[in-house]
Design a protein around this ligand. Structure first.
Ligand SMILES: Cc1ncc(COP(=O)(O)O)c(C=O)c1O
Length: 384
């Protein structure tokens, strides 16, 4: 079977969402409104409107627009007021930039194992990682599936008195906008959660951008100050979103649920066709979770890294289907992180890194496209 689109499909498409004339008009209009020298590109009105709509969508009290999820995580780490020797825990299966944000603010990064089914932080292993020096846990909602936030909070609460202040849970929802857990959108739980509007994400504010949400007023105020040179009251720098970016934000946001539904439909088609394969572990969606399938993550059950790498190459060369390994343990790809964490033993994370593959997924794909992906996987698994 041939795909509907003749071009090869990138593993993680450079445009994860969809753009229309509405966004073009909003951006052009923002530029036109800025051409008066007495007004310029001052973005306060557009940013405030976008923040209000985003906070309402998530169900959080405050939203603070920033220029990326990476810088949002920088702010979250600064707001922890870390001291030398303080530790921040995060799952080894992660986006490397998430760990760079932790290390960048001087924390000791403590790596936890993933649950191999969900790829999210394993609450049982979190218990092993907690210490009197733990100040924060950065929980990435991998590939569109919320982490088990109640289990994570229970483990933290069960622990004896922390050294100073509470242990803060910081969510990385860069890949999980619109995902939900027990009826709550990702971003409602935890202390702060960041989202990304980088081009590959489900929505984008002209290629870069991000949002930080929280119910903690002091944390929101702190984030606003850091974002804008301290607002005369504290240290800060410039992490602001531009006017044209903020103007397209609400338009993109209004489309997110529909695009997530298309991703969910595509995943359901693939899951149905692959359900009988004893060669693959398919993405899981535990009861009461809403997965938004930023990536469609499967793992091969046998053959390890060599077989997985052959599959990746054949998918690309024989079928025009790109696939990414999203993600191996961060230290395995990034020597800087490796040097920072030193020798670690994380057999589950290693196994996930060797067996994972995420074939191209996009909301514009048709039923036939999803059937083509599933068919290609089935054929290749039989051949290898
Ligand atoms: C899980 C995760 N966290 C953080 C980021 C960083 O986001 P940004 O590019 O908006 O800084 C990304 C991707 O870009 C990501 O996938």
């Amino acid at each position: 079977m041939e795909p509907d689109s003749p071009l090869p499909w990138p593993g993680e498409p450079p445009l994860g969402g969809v753009y229309s004339e509405l966004e073009v008009e909003a951006a052009v209009d923002a530029i036109r409104r800025s051409m008066d020298w007495r007004i310029g590109f001052r973005a306060a009105n557009e940013v405030e409107a976008f923040e209000a709509e985003f906070a309402k969508y998530i169900g959080a009290t405050y939203a603070v627009a920033v220029n990326g999820a990476g810088t949002g995580l920088d702010i979250a780490m600064m707001a922890l007021d870390l001291e030398p020797g303080d530790e921040v825990i995060s799952c080894a299966i992660n986006f490397p930039g998430t760990h760079l944000a932790i290390l960048g603010q001087g924390a000791r990064l403590v790596l936890a194992e993933p649950d191999p089914g969900t790829l999210n932080l394993d609450p049982i292993d979190l218990e092993r990682c907690l210490s009197p020096r733990t100040r924060g846990v950065v929980v990435t909602h991998m590939n569109g599936l919320s982490a088990d936030m109640d289990a994570i909070s229970e483990v933290i609460e069960r622990r004896k008195t922390p050294r100073r202040g509470p242990i803060r849970v910081i969510g990385d929802g860069a890949r999980a906008l619109g995902a939900a857990y027990k009826g709550r959108r990702v971003g409602q739980d935890g202390w702060l959660t960041v989202f990304s509007f980088q081009s590959k994400k489900t929505m984008t504010t002209l290629g870069e951008g991000g949002m930080l949400v929280t119910n903690d007023r002091a944390a929101a105020d702190r984030a606003r100050r850091i974002r804008s040179f301290g607002d005369g009251a504290a240290w800060g720098t410039n992490y602001k979103l531009s006017k044209a970016q903020a103007a397209v934000g609400p338009i993109q946001l209004r489309n997110v649920d529909a695009l997530n539904d298309r991703r969910r439909l595509g995943a359901a088609i693939r899951n149905r066709l692959l359900a009988n394969s004893d060669q693959l572990s398919l993405p899981t969606e535990p009861e009461d979770f809403r997965h938004v399938y930023y990536l469609y993550s499967v793992r091969i059950r046998e053959g390890g890294r060599r077989r997985r790498d052959r599959l990746l190459a054949n998918l690309r060369d024989d079928y025009g289907i790109g696939a990414v390994v999203g993600n191996p343990p961060t230290y395995s790809k990034n020597p800087w992180i490796k040097r920072a964490v030193g020798q670690v033993s994380l057999p589950v994370a290693e196994l996930v890194g060797e067996t994972l593959l995420c074939p191209s997924m996009h909301p514009s794909m048709t039923t036939r496209d999803h059937e083509y992906v599933a068919g290609a996987l089935m054929e290749l698994l039989e051949r290898h």
